[in-house]
Design a protein around this ligand. Structure first.
Ligand code: AHR
Length: 622
């Protein structure tokens, strides 16, 4: 085949195409990206978190008491948003309260861990508490003693250094002198978090996400953002401020959200990785807006409460961008970030059922937000894409209101991605731009991925680059999933307490994220007559990045045979020093590594594109 590039037909495309979508699903936040090692640190787990019938999911979840008894109380808590705490009445020394973390606590030899807790003495007898990290295999790994002597809630902290590498540690609070006291917000945090942020993120996971070089991060959901009932709609104001004042909630994916990873931490993470924050706020309706979900209430937020709801969204812009003298800008400064977070996008709605209840509330929010903050680009929602869905109705609303961007979602088979590379070719360039907020290819029936599914995504992404004048942003979904706690498959990155396991799809995202551009250079693949049948399985795109001056050629071959090509670059310069990265293997492979090499690329270069491969060639013209 001959691939002829046409630099004279170059067009401007979005430079934001590759981003990530982080949803607190699959234990992505607590027990995942959020580096806290103590599970149920605030004693706020509740049977409703897991499902109304799971009585074990309660304030004592992950905690064990030996040698005495423990009660959960809620009189005079540290903060009304965090009403429960534990009361320990130890009549003899040696009573022990222990926490097993999230499937055990993983500790690294030589690393420091910050322990902290709030305590309150409930009788006159002051007491000593030994703080220990222990492992069945390694015994006591670290310990320190704290004195409990204050009659009001008092926060204490100590740093522990681990003497072993273990994955099965637990935290033990050993009562050395008898007494009665209350305890809450028991925390153990690695000193080393991503960019060493306080209340920060697990470094290896955050680095893996950062490795994609995402231009934006959408958060905190997905379904999590709009909840499964009005009461379960994610409220950003509950997720900021001192940890003990944040309001935990049931996670509709069947667990508990501490809100320890809240809006401040999301914004900070975006800044740390150079990505634009894209918060998603419910459009005044919960999931499918007529759901009978656990949140109880149905329909949309009552009209009488919509003004206050809209004000919350407007306040979010002030929190992110406002001067520190403003009410919400001040709170951002108090949290340690006086400078604005430079929020430019807000998503309103997620995959909603497009009903009147939705339409009315979406329009109210959209109009009020655009009026108050015309500088913010609002992203609407088209609902899920499938036969008979409300897709067109979602688009109609966006068109009528001139919503600048609309969020589309589709989870499909590799065959769908191969056969629909023309999906955006005929999109009306005068209408809303597209944010493909959720997509993934998976094998029919199994929700599994392999090289074939990943290559179908790589192939489809060439068509997104080609349509980068109408498709502004795209993010694979879901992003991360904890092994053993996965509610949705497939995911881009799997992890456990000690390992991070990117899928092949991750490397596809990374190759796109690291090799994006803002100009698309069209090309034609000229196949010989007998190659027509396989046309859809070979794709190519060329982009140029103005800032670096680099050009990237991406070539995908989903055929079982290699394809010999001639690259007609049609550039003035005839020869370039280039790097070539190739990801290839067998279609059923679950793991492949990409291999990079330096090559001399010439105009008219002969190139064999291996069977089942994704090739990225990058060079910089003089
Ligand atoms: O990505 C998983 C889920 O898929 C999201 O929460 C939802 O938006 C979609 O249905």
């Amino acid at each position: 085949a001959k691939i002829a590039f046409e630099p004279e037909k170059a067009k401007a495309i979005s430079n934001m195409l590759t981003g990530v979508f982080f949803e607190d699903l699959n234990y992505a936040a607590d027990g995942g990206l959020y580096a806290e090692l103590i599970q149920n640190r605030d004693f706020e787990y509740h049977p409703r978190d897991k499902g109304f019938n799971d009585k074990n999911w309660n304030s004592m979840y992950a905690w064990t008491i030996t040698g005495t008894s423990l009660q959960i109380d809620s009189v005079s808590p540290i903060h009304p948003n965090n009403p429960h705490y534990a009361v320990i009445n130890a009549t003899a020394a040696g009573a022990t309260l222990s926490n097993s973390g999230f499937d055990g606590i993983a500790l690294k030899k030589g690393e420091a861990y910050h322990f902290s807790m709030f305590t309150k003495l409930l009788d006159k007898q002051k007491l000593n508490l030994k703080i220990r990290l222990t492992s069945a295999k390694a015994g006591v790994i670290a310990q320190a003693t704290l004195k409990i002597g204050a009659a009001n809630w008092q926060k204490q902290a100590v740093t522990l250094t681990s003497t072993s590498d273990v994955a099965d540690a637990k935290l033990e609070l050993v009562i050395e002198t008898p007494g009665r006291f209350a305890i809450d917000m028991v925390s153990l945090f690695p000193q080393s978090t991503f960019k060493n942020r306080k209340n920060g993120l697990r470094a290896d996971l955050a680095e893996t996400i950062a490795g994609i070089k995402p231009r934006f991060v959408r958060f905190p959901g997905g379904c999590l953002a709009h909840g499964d009932g009005i009461a379960n709609i994610y409220k950003w104001k509950n997720s900021i401020g001192p940890l003990e004042s944040r309001k935990p909630d049931r996670n509709l994916w069947g667990y508990h959200q501490t809100m320890g990873l809240g809006y401040f931490e999301y914004f900070q993470f975006c800044e740390d990785i150079g990505a634009a924050p894209v918060p998603v706020i419910a459009a005044g309706v919960p999931c499918q807006n007529s759901s009978t979900g656990g949140g109880g209430q149905q329909g949309g937020i009552p009209m009488s409460e919509m003004d206050a709801y809209i004000q919350d969204i407007i306040d979010l812009v002030e929190y992110a961008n406002g001067d520190i003298k403003t009410k919400w800008g001040k709170k951002r400064a108090e949290a340690g970030h006086p400078k604005p977070f430079n929020l430019k996008y807000i998503g309103i709605g997620n995959e909603d059922q497009i009903t009147e209840v939705f339409a009315e509330r979406f329009a109210m929010i959209y109009k009020a937000l655009s009026k108050a903050h015309p500088e913010i680009t609002v992203i609407g929602t088209a609902g899920p894409f499938f036969e008979g869905s409300d897709y067109d109705a979602g688009w109609q609303i966006a068109s009528n209101l001139h919503v600048p961007v609309i969020d589309e979602h589709y989870y499909q088979s590799p065959g769908w991605f191969i056969n629909n590379q023309d999906f955006y070719d005929s999109y009306d360039r005068g209408k809303s731009k597209v944010y493909l907020g959720e997509y993934a290819a998976s094998l029919p029936g199994g929700n599994k991925t392999n090289l074939e599914t990943s290559l179908s995504e790589a192939l489809y992404l060439t068509s997104l680059e080609r349509n980068g004048d109408v498709v502004s942003m795209a993010s694979y979904a879901p992003l991360i999933a904890k092994e053993g706690h996965t509610q949705w498959n497939p995911d881009l990155i799997y992890f456990n307490n000690t390992e991070v396991k990117p899928t092949i799809g991750y490397y596809v995202q990374q190759l796109y994220g690291q090799n994006g551009g803002d100009t698309y250079i069209p090309s034609t693949i000229v196949l010989s007559a007998n190659q027509e049948a396989v046309k859809k399985r070979v794709a190519c795109s060329m982009v140029k990045d103005a800032a670096s001056g680099e050009i990237t050629v991406k070539l995908v071959n989903l055929l079982p045979v290699a394809v010999n090509t001639t690259l007609d670059l049609n550039l003035k310069q005839q020869s370039f020093n280039a790097t070539k990265t190739v990801l290839s293997g067998n279609p059923a492979d679950k793991k492949v590594l990409h291999v990079s090499s330096n090559i001399t690329l010439t105009s008219g270069q002969q190139l064999e594109i291996p069977a089942y491969s994704f090739t990225v060639i990058k060079f910089k013209p003089k």
